[in-house]
Design a binder for this molecule. Structure first.
Ligand SMILES: [Mg+2]
Length: 400
């Protein structure tokens, strides 16, 4: 039995855990450049706020909302503590993102003399008691089913999906909600009359193979309850880190592309920091309406994990996007990864300037924490602030 433990609205939950007076209020966490919503509480969601929504739009939908600039160092800390708790529950834990992990629970029920449901509840209770955040636990025979069950149960619940109930469960799920089935794949199976996950499970293997290749077969077998994707507890260092997604409809608006690209940068940075890596190269990926791909590339003189350096580079790439095309999807890819623990000094860089830069970052964080965000900001990010600042200059994003 495999469990997926996934924190509910993680960044927002982290903020509520240290500011409990905000519970029950519409709270939104903004990305580092303060321009769009990265996470929101249910109360904000009810008021029509979505993830990746620009700040001005969220503010319009939810004027009474509380906006907080993301504090990613704190979220990483909470994440580490969450994973440490989960590792007490199973020897085989695969950390799959900042707030998600797969646990192999096989035999754990015998060990604790508890049902899987009781184990899920006990994990939720422990995380709540120790960290003040809620998680949802999905348990089934493999990763894909555990993830789908978890998704369906959110927030703050435990769900066990045994083999005997899988077929019934899949009848209630759109095929587009199967992990790994994006818009393109959804359209591909639609030609075979497939709308629901259950119908995809019933397609013959030969069609799946033609459409999606070998990986598609693994996915299809998991939908049928087989265990194909192993829970991998090794901490391998990734060769590259990237994220991509399609727009609801192809867009000509560079602002849409820009917003999505920065969202992907924020999320990719989580992985970069989690693995303690720095990137030597940043790629902006685009695919147009005719499925033609383009890559825009930026190389750094030395690898970096600094958000503002990466964001500055991404902005120069966004500015190079050809005008007038219709874009179907966009993503970013961080490459030439190296450890950020040992810092290589370049030939022309002296030790003092590096130390100085790190001191500066620390002072900046401290001041912003004390006096509100954007009190002190690096020159490279000024252009974001100016662009995002609406009518009045004294309008503050950082309410807290
Ligand atoms: Mg989550």
């Amino acid at each position: 039995m495999i469990a997926l433990i996934d924190a509910d609205s993680f960044f927002a939950s982290c903020e509520l855990s240290r500011k409990p007076h905000l519970r029950g209020k519409p709270v939104m966490v903004l990305g580092r450049i303060g321009s769009f919503v990265l996470a929101k509480t249910h109360e904000a969601k009810f008021r029509g706020v979505n993830t990746v929504m620009p700040y001005w739009e969220a503010k319009k939908n939810c004027p009474e909302g509380i906006f907080i600039e993301g504090d990613f160092r704190f979220y990483t800390l909470v994440s580490r503590r969450l994973m440490a708790i989960l590792k007490q529950w199973s020897p085989v834990v695969q950390v799959s993102s900042i707030d998600e992990a797969y646990l192999d629970l096989t035999g754990i029920d015998q060990m604790h003399r508890k049902s899987f449901e009781a184990i899920g509840d006990a994990i939720r209770e422990e995380v709540w008691q120790k960290l003040g955040i809620t998680v949802t636990v999905g348990i089934s025979t493999n990763k894909v089913l555990a993830k789908m069950a978890c998704e369906k149960k959110k927030p703050n619940g435990t769900v066990v999906l045994p083999q005997a109930q899988v077929s019934k469960f899949l009848e209630g799920i759109e095929v587009g909600d199967v992990p790994g089935i994006g818009r393109q794949r959804q359209l591909a199976v639609k030609r075979y009359g497939v709308q629901l996950a259950q119908q995809m499970r019933d397609l013959p293997m030969s069609i799946i193979k033609n459409l999606f290749g070998r990986n598609g077969i693994l996915l299809w077998k998991e939908l049928r309850g087989e265990y194909m994707f192993k829970v991998d507890a090794s901490t391998r260092i990734p060769k590259q880190i990237g994220r991509t997604s399609s727009f609801d409809q192809p867009t000509q608006n560079i602002k849409d592309v820009e917003g999505m690209a920065f969202y992907h940068l924020e999320r990719s940075l989580e992985s970069l920091h989690r693995h303690q890596l720095a990137a030597g190269e940043l790629n902006l990926y685009l695919r147009d309406r005719e499925f033609k791909r383009i890559y825009l590339n930026h190389s750094f003189a030395k690898p970096t994990h600094d958000f503002f350096k990466l964001a500055g580079a991404l902005q120069t790439l966004v500015d190079k996007i050809p005008k007038g095309s219709w874009w179907r999807s966009t993503g970013i890819l961080l490459q030439k990864l190296s450890s950020s623990k040992i810092r290589q000094l370049s030939l022309f860089e002296d030790v003092e300037s590096v130390v100085h830069e790190e001191d500066l970052n620390r002072v900046k964080d401290d001041l912003n924490k004390r006096y509100g965000q954007f009190t002190l900001t690096s020159g490279s990010s000024l252009f974001f602030k100016k662009k995002n600042r609406k009518k009045s200059d004294d309008e503050r994003l950082g309410v807290m």
